[in-house]
Design a protein around this ligand. Structure first.
Ligand code: NAP
Length: 311
């Protein structure tokens, strides 16, 4: 049998992303040993029941000790504390990476703890769902999806290539980006859509003239599509908002200006402007389908109801 890519992979955090990694690592034979760590005894027990790894601990240091690849999959606001905890256990030559949805903040939090001789390469798989926890993961999550690596200057090229190889074997395509640029791109493609969804669902929930039962009963007219995003994990999204503040505020300012312009067009009955914009936006969806990031099915959001995709 061919040697696995890594002798020992440590997964610190075993929620949606960590457990999807565990499943694809096992399926593709990418590790000789999968060491799992999570904060709570309950989550750890569930990971063990699901048979996601070869060893289990609530102490992240146990899992990271002796690992060739350590993948931190916890809410971005906790990355610094986790890095501080595992740092003394990291072996020279190991690759340390993460999957966090923001990059500049994760680098600022983790980098100071990384011992010399350890290759720290931040990453972000652009794949996910609104579910959380070890039961939510599935091995095909990363299939055909991009994984963005944001290495800091001076990172060992061979280590970057090895991590890229790992993600490719998990099914991903690789892009490399500057962390600040990543945060700006993700603010518009992921963070703003979630904030808008949280906002619209919150507004509907607060309405008094329209009852809650009406909102739910007639939701198939559009509202329902926002509720999937707005059902996403509150801890994860609180942390994303707090840790990509500048890029999100910049995108929100642009969004508010454009919304005012749309509001004006509706007020003044400017049908041409509305029609031109709605035609332009329809073409964006067509491009996403052509890029293989969505399938051309009319029931947007439900064709793969068990595993809807998002960023
Ligand atoms: P999740 O399903 O909620 O799992 C979170 C994991 O982190 C659990 O193992 C949890 O441990 C652990 N954890 C939570 N708070 C912690 C803390 N304060 N200290 C240490 N560990 C803690 O989350 P996820 O969806 O896998 O997200 C993990 C990371 O991936 C986040 O940084 C997120 O931004 C990123 N990401 C998410 C998606 C997505 O769509 N969900 C997509 C791409 C990237 P216990 O359960 O034991 O408490």
């Amino acid at each position: 049998m061919a040697r696995p890519l890594f002798d020992r992979i440590a997964l610190v955090g075993i929620g949606l992303i960590g457990s999807s990694l565990a499943r694809v690592i096992r399926r593709e034979g990418l590790a000789g040993h999968i060491a799992i760590a999570t904060r709570s005894a309950d989550t750890l027990r569930r990971a063990e029941e699901l048979g996601l790894g070869d060893s289990y601990s609530t102490d992240a240091r146990d899992a990271a000790s002796g690992a060739d690849l350590v993948i931190v999959s916890v809410p971005v606001g906790s990355s610094g504390a986790v890095a501080a905890e595992i740092a003394p256990a990291l072996k020279p030559g190991a690759i340390l990476t993460d999957v966090g949805s923001t990059k500049a903040s994760v680098i600022a939090q983790m980098q100071p703890h990384v011992p010399a001789g350890v290759h720290f390469i931040p990453g972000h798989p652009i794949a996910g769902t609104e579910r959380s926890g070890p039961d939510a993961g599935f091995p095909d999550l990363f299939e055909g999806r991009w994984c963005i690596l944001t290495p800091v200057p001076g990172t060992d090229e061979a280590a970057i290539a090895r991590l890229a190889d790992f993600w490719q074997r998990c099914g991903s395509r690789i892009d490399t980006m500057d962390p600040a640029h990543h945060d700006m791109v993700l603010a518009i493609v992921s963070h703003l859509p979630h904030i808008i969804a949280y906002n619209i669902v919150g507004t509907a929930d607060d309405l008094e003239a329209v009852t809650k039962s009406e909102v739910i009963k007639y939701s198939a007219s559009g509202f329902r599509d926002f509720t999937r995003l707005a059902a996403s994990d509150p801890t994860m999204w609180r942390d994303v908002c707090l840790h990509n503040k500048d890029a999100i505020l910049e995108m929100l300012a642009r969004f508010s200006e454009d919304l005012s312009s749309l509001q004006r067009a509706i007020r003044w009955g400017d049908g041409d402007k509305l029609f031109e914009m709605f035609t332009r936006t329809r073409a964006v969806r067509k491009s996403i389908i052509e890029a293989g990031q969505e399938i051309d099915a009319p029931d947007f959001g439900r064709h793969i109801a068990a595993h809807p995709e998002k960023g």
